[in-house]
Structure formats: structure tokens, C-alpha cells
Write a protein that binds this ligand. Structure first.
Ligand code: KG4
Ligand code: ZN
Length: 341
């Protein structure tokens, strides 16, 4: 089975080819064109600019991965495309292109939930552990703890009640005068910082539930920054390390709690924030102490990519799960709706 994956939900244009043969799967080719440089001067993603860039880049990327994989269009079993959630204009570029290419080549188009792509992405690099397992999904717009009972069977255990973890990284970075996207910028600066210098809050850490809250942490950073007349470089570095430590500590602690509460011995992480090295290290060390094995996708499969979209579609097809005939791009699309279909 050969699936072409397409991802254009935000600021990365991506195409990839996933092949399953004799029960084994592999990525034949993948490409991601980041728009970070385009949006960085605006301090965040400009939706209309993102759509236009997807439009210019996507056909070229798709052609390139087809060539790299040495496949003809007639050898494809489907074109998987992110149908949501994401920026409406950006989604429309990807879905319209996928529908057109699928129609011309007489193959099915397979609408995929972006978060299902992230959730299953650890399977791109290693075999997925036995179900059920727990996944911490941390991206720019979502912070979720999910019990994965099977492909297409997701139970939300907890979520953020306000900002997402990625959003907290991005907003804190902006307060520190760092460029977009804030997560990698904070992580880089934090390497040389003293994470204990600023006592930032660990929101909801002691609440006995699996929900998160990050807006108070962002506000604490704002007050700390505004209190200083002038922030020297070491102070900025120490603040970056303190913010990163606060976010990671809460994420790790709640993830381990989720495993304990559900009796799961396997913890997966996914989404852009899962590329964070401090988070990965902390998860590995703390889970080991709790007898939980952690499954980490490669950093490039944590951030937005098309291999995860092709892979999620392939897994659904393998399970015999149907894709709808009639569907539209959906900027908002709760993950739990997938379990009802
Ligand atoms: O999953 P993703 O690529 O796009 C969405 O679907 O949102 O996640 C993007 C988020 C951004 O908030 C970005 O700052 C964050 O992931 N991020 C990181 C790192 N790399 C990306 N946050 C912390 N450390 C990183 N290394
Ligand atoms: Zn994403």
C-alpha cells in the first residue's frame, strides 16, 4: 500500500510517501518546507501569507517526493490530507489540491485529523507499543493527555483549560524579546541558563486531575519581566531556563500521573513541544523511576510533517476504518469525535 500524505494546516508545507508492504511500513520520501522565515518578521503566523505560500510550494513538494520515491501516480492507493484542525485558508489549499490530484488520478482522497497524525507519529520511528497506552500531545494549539485504546479510539484524560504548552512557550518568548517560534528559541537560550533563578508557578500541579493551565505562568513571566527596568542577557537566559523548567515539570508530572491512573506502562509524546530536549530528558529519567517506558518520535516527527498524516491514514485503512465520502476542511474538530465514527 502506498499513501501520499499532505500537510498544510499551519506554517509548514509538507508531503511524504508511506509504504506498507508484507506487514512492514516505511517512509519512502518526505519533505517539509518551513515558512518560519516568512512569518518571523511578523512575530507569528499570518494566515493569508501562509495560504499563499502553501499554494506556491505544495505542488512542487508533492512532485519531488513522488520522484524521490520512484512511484507513478497510478501506484498510489490514496492521498491522505490534513482536513483539520488548523487555519481554514491553509487547510483549504491542501485539501483542494489533494482532491484535485486524487480526482485526476482516480484514487481516493483520505481526510485525516491533524491531532490523530501527531498522536500516532511515534509509530513512524518505532513500532507502537500494545494498546492501550497514554500519549501526551503538546503542540502550538493543543495540550492533551489521551488514552489510546486502538487506532481511532481515543479517550481524552485531560487538557489545558486555557493556553496550550506551545502557546506558553511562544508567548513567553515574545515577552523576552525572542523570535517566533518561541519554543525552539527558549530551548536554545535555556541551555546556558539557571532554571532555579526565578520561582515561577507550576499551575495545577497539585490538583488531583489531569488538566493543565498555562496562562497564569505566562502572566507570571509578564510581571517578572515588567518589574525589571532593563533585562541583561544573563537574566533573559535564566528566565528562559526557568520558564522551560516550569512547563516541562508540569507536563512530566501529569503524564506520569495519567499512566498511574490508567495502569499504562507505556507513555508516548507527540506534537511540536515534544521536540524539546529538556522535556524528553526529564520524561525519560522520571518515567524510568516509575517503571514506565517512554516512546519518543524523532524531533522532526514531533513538529508538523506529512509522514504522520500518511501513516495515520494507512493505519486506518489497515484497520478497515472508513473515510467519509462527504467532508469539508474543519478549522475546529474535537479529537473525541473520531471515536464516535
Ligand atoms: O505541532 P506543531 O509543530 O504545530 C501545531 O500543530 O501547533 O507545534 C508547534 C509548537 C510551537 O508552539 C513551537 O514553539 C513548539 O511547538 N515547539 C517547541 C520546540 N519546537 C517546537 N517548544 C519547545 N521546545 C522545542 N524545541
Ligand atoms: Zn501540529
Amino acid at each position: 500500500m502506498n499513501i501520499l500524505g499532505i500537510e498544510t494546516s499551519c506554517d509548514e508545507t509538507a508531503a511524504a510517501l508511506w509504504q506498507t508492504m508484507d506487514g512492514k511500513g516505511r517512509i519512502l520520501a518526505e519533505k517539509v518546507a518551513s515558512q518560519i522565515d516568512t512569518h518571523a518578521r511578523f512575530g507569528g503566523v499570518v494566515p493569508e501569507v501562509a495560504s499563499r505560500e502553501h499554494l506556491a510550494v505544495l505542488p512542487i513538494l508533492a512532485q519531488q517526493v513522488m520522484q524521490q520515491a520512484g512511484l507513478t501516480w497510478s501506484e498510489l492507493d490514496g492521498i491522505a490530507v490534513t482536513a483539520g484542525p488548523g487555519l481554514m485558508g491553509a487547510l483549504l489549499v491542501g485539501t483542494a489540491w489533494a482532491r484535485g490530484a486524487a480526482c485526476v488520478n482516480n484514487i481516493p482522497v483520505l481526510p485525516v485529523h491533524h491531532m490523530e497524525g501527531h498522536l500516532l507519529a511515534p509509530g513512524l520511528d518505532h513500532e507502537l507499543p500494545p494498546f492501550p497506552f497514554v500519549t501526551l500531545l503538546v503542540s502550538g494549539g493543543h495540550t492533551l493527555l489521551v488514552r489510546v485504546d486502538g487506532i481511532g479510539r481515543y479517550v481524552q484524560l485531560g487538557q489545558t483549560i486555557d493556553d496550550a504548552a506551545g502557546e506558553c512557550f511562544d508567548k513567553s518568548a515574545r515577552l523576552l524579546g525572542l523570535p517566533y517560534p518561541g519554543g525552539p528559541a527558549i530551548a536554545k537560550l535555556a541551555e546556558n541558563g539557571d532554571a532555579k533563578r526565578f520561582a515561577l508557578p507550576r499551575p495545577m500541579l497539585n490538583r488531583d486531575n489531569l488538566d493543565f493551565s498555562f496562562s497564569g505562568l505566562k502572566t507570571a513571566v509578564m510581571y517578572a519581566v515588567h518589574k525589571m527596568d532593563d533585562m541583561d542577557e544573563q537574566t533573559r537566559t535564566d528566565m528562559a531556563a526557568s520558564v522551560e523548567a516550569a512547563i516541562c515539570e508540569v507536563l512530566v508530572s501529569k503524564s506520569i500521573r495519567a499512566c498511574r491512573q490508567t495502569g499504562s506502562k507505556h507513555l508516548l509524546i507527540a506534537g511540536g513541544v515534544a521536540a524539546n530536549r529538556t522535556l524528553r530528558h526529564l520524561l525519560e529519567t522520571q518515567s524510568e523511576n516509575s517503571g514506565i517506558s517512554v516512546h519518543l518520535p524523532r524531533p522532526e516527527h514531533c513538529t508538523d510533517n506529512a509522514a504522520m498524516i500518511a501513516y495515520a491514514a494507512a493505519k486506518r485503512l489497515e484497520k478497515g476504518l472508513a473515510f467519509p465520502d462527504k467532508w469539508d476542511a474543519r478549522p475546529r474538530w474535537p479529537l473525541e469525535e473520531l471515536s464516535k465514527t
